[in-house]
Design a protein around this ligand. Structure first.
Ligand code: NAD
Length: 346
């Protein structure tokens, strides 16, 4: 039995990853470390609550004494690091916690891992030879694209928000531990995820929630910002591949080749909702024909990046990754999940 430390597992991606990983690897015991900030919810881990190979620990990745004690107590043999402050809008309002968690937290974790697994630079202790530190990052570190082009692993970093700057900084720390100390690291930079268990503050849950409640559906600016959307389970499968088969010190971009404007996203979700639970809301006296009538443009986010799009060729070619979901199949499953969550019969 090998014990792996996962951080941030009560959040969106981590909580999708844990059941997938437990199921796929019967020889792994997983330690989940999560501070349960506003973004973390134990409800997300309900399905593995009593799982014999999963242990949940509430705590802060910045708490060095705690992280050291977990490495000692459970003899951690690998780390997959999801924990982060992750919402761009919050990073604009309150950047300090992003620097604390994303930069200092990543440093604390990787430094403890290095000291637990290695006796000196480029010298792994015998029993820890295969131990790997996998850092989960974002395509936002690359900045913004014009109308054409894709982010590759060679694209220079140009983060534009305090969130992406903090993630870029954490990527650099991880990179330095590989180059300076020979630590076995992997970084994956993924595009926008969607799917079950996403926090309600993010775009897709916001659209679904407001539509169902008959509230205005807020869309930033002109709605033409483009993101490259990936179903969360496809991201989890990419992490799994990179963790097990990726080359030490490498970075892999993960993305679904599903570029959509925010307007296309809202339009698609409203179309699905119109079919499944026809709109019965009214506004200003009249009945609404479609949830689309609730779309409301609001002032744009400051410094809003125009377009992100990932070139996933490297992980596809070298590790054989391929997304299983198209945007149409993934978004259908996602809407279904939210309808069930809100107890709405179709
Ligand atoms: P999330 O905000 O849903 O979850 C983050 C989790 O981290 C929460 O459970 C929170 O309680 C926990 N956490 C926060 N601060 C902590 C701390 N100091 N110590 C311990 N736990 C702490 O985020 P997510 O969307 O699941 O993203 C997970 C990772 O994937 C992040 O590193 C993010 O940058 C990256 N990422 C996300 C996306 C996306 O579209 N959501 C895309 C690419 C990369």
């Amino acid at each position: 039995m090998k014990t792996i430390l996962l951080t941030g597992t009560a959040g969106f991606i981590g909580s999708n990853f844990v059941p997938y990983f437990l199921d796929k690897y019967p020889n792994y015991r997983l330690i989940s470390l999560d501070l349960l900030t506003y973004a973390g919810n134990l409800e997300n881990l309900k399905e593995v609550e009593n799982h014999p190979r999963h242990i949940f620990v509430k705590g802060n990745i910045c708490d060095r004494a705690l992280v050291e004690s977990l490495f000692m107590e459970y003899d951690i043999r690998g780390v997959i690091h999801f924990a982060a402050e992750s919402h761009v809008d919050n990073s604009i309002a309150n950047p300090a916690i992003f620097i604390e968690t994303n930069v200092m937290g990543t440093f604390t974790l990787i430094d403890v891992a290095y000291r637990h697994w290695m006796s000196a630079p480029f010298e792994y202790k015998d029993e820890y030879k295969d131990c790997r530190f996998h850092h989960i990052s974002t395509d936002e570190v690359y900045g913004t694209l014009g109308e054409s082009g894709l982010f590759t692993e060679e694209t220079p970093y140009a983060p534009n928000s305090p969130y992406s700057a903090s993630k870029a900084s954490s990527d650099m720390i991880v990179r330095s531990y590989h180059h300076t100390y020979g630590l076995n690291t992997i970084i994956t930079n993924c595009s926008n995820n969607y799917g079950p268990k996403q926090h309600k503050e993010k775009l897709i849950p916001t659209i679904i929630r407001n539509a169902l409640a008959g509230n205005p559906i807020p869309i930033y600016g002109d709605g033409k910002n483009i993101r490259d959307w990936l179903f969360v389970l496809d991201h989890c499968k990419g992490i799994d591949l990179a963790y097990h088969k990726g080359k030490a010190g490498e970075t892999y971009n993960i993305g679904g080749r599903n570029e959509r404007t925010n307007l296309q996203i809202v339009d698609k979700i409203c179309t699905i909702l119109d079919e499944k639970v026809p709109c019965r809301h009214s506004r200003e006296g009249g009945n609404l024909v479609s949830y689309k009538d609730l779309i409301t443009f609001v002032a744009d986010r400051p410094g809003h990046d125009k377009r992100y799009a990932i070139d996933a060729t490297k992980i596809e070619r070298e590790l054989g990754w391929m997304a299983d979901e198209t945007f149409d199949t993934g978004i259908e499953k996602t809407v279904e999940w939210y309808l069930a969550k809100y107890g709405i019969a179709k």
